[in-house]
Design a binder for this molecule. Structure first.
Ligand SMILES: Nc1ncnc2c1ncn2[C@@H]1O[C@H](COP(=O)(O)OP(=O)(O)OP(=O)(O)O)[C@@H](O)[C@H]1O
Ligand SMILES: *[C@@H]1O[C@H](CO)[C@@H](O)[C@H](O)[C@H]1NC(C)=O
Ligand SMILES: *[C@@H]1O[C@H](CO)[C@@H](O)[C@H](O)[C@H]1NC(C)=O
Length: 397
């Protein structure tokens, strides 16, 4: 948030007029449906959160809809730090207001389900130099990483997928490839189980210029990458890659693998590895996520591990034992379905195949016979043998 602050401040004197014209221009364009007049009709104000630069309140519209209001955080570290350093309260406040206006303008231009919706804004310069800026936004709830870790895998996958879709949009946005310079979980909120970015004051669509590849390094605390410098003198895909690695380190590593269905683990590890090494761009990452979604929704991930062989049966002969087996010769357990039998077979290292027999227990569940080998197949029209794909021959998803 504070990186380019000094730069902007040094321009206060001579660029003041230009900025004022900028603000006038931004203030007039108000395609959102709410404006200054709506501010006086709000009720039920409450505190939602604050950061370095901005403060966020909740408020109800006359119809009852609750929205979020963003304004400059007077007591925030950005304004107070600036005042301490430069002793110019009005200028410091104006710069913070300019950031909020920039954010509102970006939210207005960039519309996507992964970006918080701007309902409107109020820019009132009648009090100049105390410019009042208020952005009226869709209401979200803060992202609680600890809580998220306790939600089902399916929900965590949804969050990661909304993030990937957002980054795909940002990489190909109407403003060019947009990077979120200050990419952290606290810049996001949840709306109906979907992740949305709310802090855009540190977004940029400028791609780094370069003379050689060495000018194009992406430095992270744990890793750095050197990208290619194109003939046009730009670091190839640097904005997209920066976003993607941040998504990997702040979101995917925590949310994606934990308690995922075991047969999806290989493809998820692949996504983690490929984004963690920046082997994938955002397009390939999105493709991989859509593949996971498809496998998961269709149940294909369950069948992938087993080949079903119709019209065969296995002879009941001596084989590995398990507890509490219904047969003395081998491992026979009651199951509800082939899926359950597959899960049991997965958990037995010896198990290579199983059949669902016609025998049932008193509750009506089928007895399944688990086998460590594939010998003794005998034809049986009504039976199906399920054979585990060996891990070495497992098809790449
Ligand atoms: N639409 C919203 N709905 C609910 N809460 C929100 C919304 N937007 C922001 N918040 C909360 O307000 C906090 C501050 O907002 P924001 O991140 O925009 O301010 P900031 O000063 O730029 O913060 P930072 O110091 O992180 O850059 C957020 O961390 C978030 O918890
Ligand atoms: C990806 O896999 C390779 C090969 O196994 C390994 O060397 C590398 O460290 C992995 N990278 C990440 C980010 O996990
Ligand atoms: C990625 O996808 C976008 C939009 O779907 C497309 O315009 C772009 O050319 C693709 N980029 C690459 C490198 O494939």
């Amino acid at each position: 948030s504070r990186r380019r602050f000094t730069l902007m401040l040094s321009g206060v004197g001579h660029a003041g007029c230009r900025r004022h014209r900028d603000l006038m221009r931004l203030g007039r364009s108000r395609p959102g449906r709410l404006g200054c007049a709506d501010l006086s009709r709000l009720s039920g104000l409450g505190f939602l959160g604050s950061g370095f630069t901005k403060m966020v309140l909740r408020a109800a519209l006359p119809g009852g809809e609750v929205i979020a209001l963003k304004a400059v955080h007077w007591a925030g570290s950005e304004v107070s730090g600036c005042v301490q350093r430069y002793g110019h309260p009005a200028g410091c406040y104006r710069l913070a207001a300019y950031k909020l206006l920039k954010e509102a303008t970006l939210l207005q231009r960039l519309r996507h389900p992964g970006i918080i919706k701007l309902h409107g804004q109020c820019y009132d310069n009648s009090l100049d130099p105390d410019i009042r800026v208020t952005a009226m936004l869709e209401l979200g709830s803060p992202l609680e990483m600890i809580q998220l870790l306790q939600t089902p895998w399916e929900e965590r996958f949804k969050i990661c997928r909304s993030l990937v879709k957002l980054l795909h949009y940002l990489a190909h946005s109407p403003l060019g490839s947009v990077v979120l310079l200050d990419f952290q979980p606290r810049q996001f909120v949840m709306v109906d189980g979907n992740l949305k970015v709310t802090d855009m004051d540190d977004a940029s669509s400028e791609e780094l210029s370069c003379k050689e590849d060495n000018d194009c390094t992406l430095d992270f605390p744990t890793k750095s990458f050197t990208l290619q410098c194109t003939t046009a003198g730009k670091c190839e895909g640097i904005n997209e890659k920066k976003n993607l690695f941040n998504a990997y380190r702040y979101f995917f590593t925590y949310l994606l693998p934990h308690t995922a269905p075991s047969s999806l683990q290989p493809i998820l590890s692949d996504i983690l590895n490929a984004t963690g090494d920046l082997r994938y761009g955002i397009n390939e990452t999105l493709g991989a996520f859509e593949k996971v979604l498809h496998l998961y929704k269709s149940g294909l991930y369950l069948q992938k591990k087993y080949i079903s062989l119709m019209g065969f049966h296995t002879m009941e002969s001596q084989d590995y034992k398990c507890w509490p087996s219904y047969s003395h010769q081998g491992c026979m357990l009651s199951v509800h379905s082939a899926e359950e039998a597959a899960a049991i077979c997965n958990s037995h290292p010896q198990c290579q195949s199983f059949i669902i027999t016609h025998q049932r227990t008193w509750t009506g569940r089928h007895l399944a016979l688990f086998r460590s080998s594939l010998t003794d197949l005998i034809p049986d029209f009504n039976a199906v043998v399920y054979i585990k794909r060996s891990s070495t021959s497992r098809e790449r998803l």
